[in-house]
Design a protein around this ligand. Structure first.
Ligand SMILES: CC(C)(COP(=O)(O)OP(=O)(O)OC[C@H]1O[C@@H](n2cnc3c(N)ncnc32)[C@H](O)[C@@H]1OP(=O)(O)O)[C@@H](O)C(=O)NCCC(=O)NCCS
Length: 333
């Protein structure tokens, strides 16, 4: 078996990568929708915003690709942000060392880059847990994956939540890039996300500015996905402040399942049900605008009890437990 670094994946490699990822997913999480080939291609060919990305495949002697690995290194070499790794091995080729060899290649790259901590996610009850624990990782964060069927929500109940927003705030919504006059205050509200609980995970809060907010929207658009944002705003122009916001991304190639992105309420505006307000408004908007969306997925750290409570009040149901694992690269093979 050879471990091959892939710089610019060709079409055949993209198809092989896709076959490994979809076989692994159908085997380990049969209830999950599979990515389309277009989504895999977009993932492999678009450059991420805040990181450098390295890819490897594990190929058998005849050239068959049996495993894949993706490593994200922070864009800024001096950053304390952990590196992130994802390894997938085809179910028919497991327990033959492909996962370990891909991990070794990634660990060598992290060491060469001067990196320290490496993180990854695994679904409870899948072989990844034993693999990661056997190879030097420990669990630093438990997350719950939740799902909401938006076509089953009672419209009157939702309208009641939207109507019960606290006085002194108005709701603003936009698709794609934030309106220019709100870009700075939106960046400050995004920075409030950095206060999310992250268990024992190595972490460096990301500071947002107006340019980074715009770049993030551009990356989503370039992938062919739609970004929806709802914000609660207080004050009057030119001193408007975003007090809280929520973002949902609808994949262009598979809109039936949308993904919750960031939601945050700025610390001085917490405790007024603004989280419920922006999320309820988002649901009402998407139900009217996007009948092609069936459900929204999200995940919350188990110690983020406020956000879990908001999501469960809105009807999100717990689906599975994810665990975030971390290792010091010195402890990896
Ligand atoms: C996790 C995964 C990558 C492991 O790949 P693999 O090629 O089977 O791993 P290896 O053969 O290198 O296994 C190394 C060790 O991990 C442990 N291990 C791996 N799978 C295991 C399982 N199903 N049960 C118990 N231990 C297991 C064993 O200690 C194994 O050594 P051994 O075979 O000598 O006993 C593979 O199961 C997979 O693709 N899972 C789905 C994707 C995923 O969840 N990735 C995790 C995030 S990186």
């Amino acid at each position: 078996m050879d471990i091959i670094a892939v710089d610019h994946p060709a079409d055949a490699q993209i198809r092989s990568w896709h076959a490994v990822v979809t076989s692994a997913l159908s085997h380990d999480q049969p209830e999950e929708p599979l990515p389309t080939l277009g989504q895999t291609k977009s993932f492999l060919t678009n450059t991420p915003l805040t990181s450098r990305r390295l890819l490897w495949v594990a190929a058998e002697t005849g050239g068959t690709i049996v495993g894949v690995a993706c490593l994200r290194l922070p864009a800024d070499r001096g950053s304390r942000r952990p590196c992130e790794i994802e390894i997938r091995v085809h179910p028919a080729h497991r327990r033959r060392g492909a996962g370990s060899r891909l991990l070794r290649a990634a660990a060598e790259a992290v060491r060469a880059d001067g990196g320290g901590a490496v993180v990854t996610q695994a679904v409870a009850g899948t072989p990844a847990i034993e693999f990661l624990e056997a190879r030097g990782f420990h669990c630093v964060l438990v997350m719950t994956g939740l799902l909401l069927r938006i076509d089953q929500i009672d419209g009157d109940w939702l309208a009641g939540l939207v109507g019960a927003g606290p006085p002194g705030y108005r709701v603003v919504r936009w698709t794609g890039t934030v309106p220019a006059e709100l870009a700075d205050t939106f960046a400050r509200a995004k920075t409030a996300m950095s206060e999310l609980p992250v268990g024992n995970r190595a972490f460096e809060p990301g500071a947002w500015d107006a340019d980074r907010v715009r770049e993030m929207a551009e990356v989503v658009a370039k992938r062919g996905d739609d970004l929806y944002t709802v914000a609660a705003v207080c004050g009057t122009p030119p001193d408007e402040q975003i007090a809280g916001f929520t973002e949902v991304v609808v994949p262009g190639a598979a809109p039936a399942r949308a993904a919750q992105y960031d939601t945050a309420v700025v610390p001085e505006h917490r405790g007024k049900r603004l989280g419920i307000l922006v999320k309820a408004e988002m649901l009402q908007w998407l139900r009217a605008e996007r009948p092609d969306i069936r459900e929204i997925e999200t995940d919350n750290a188990d110690d983020n009890s406020h956000m879990l409570a908001v999501n469960e009040e809105l009807g999100f149901r717990r689906q599975r437990e994810y665990r975030e694992y971390q290792a010091d690269v010195a402890d990896l093979p």
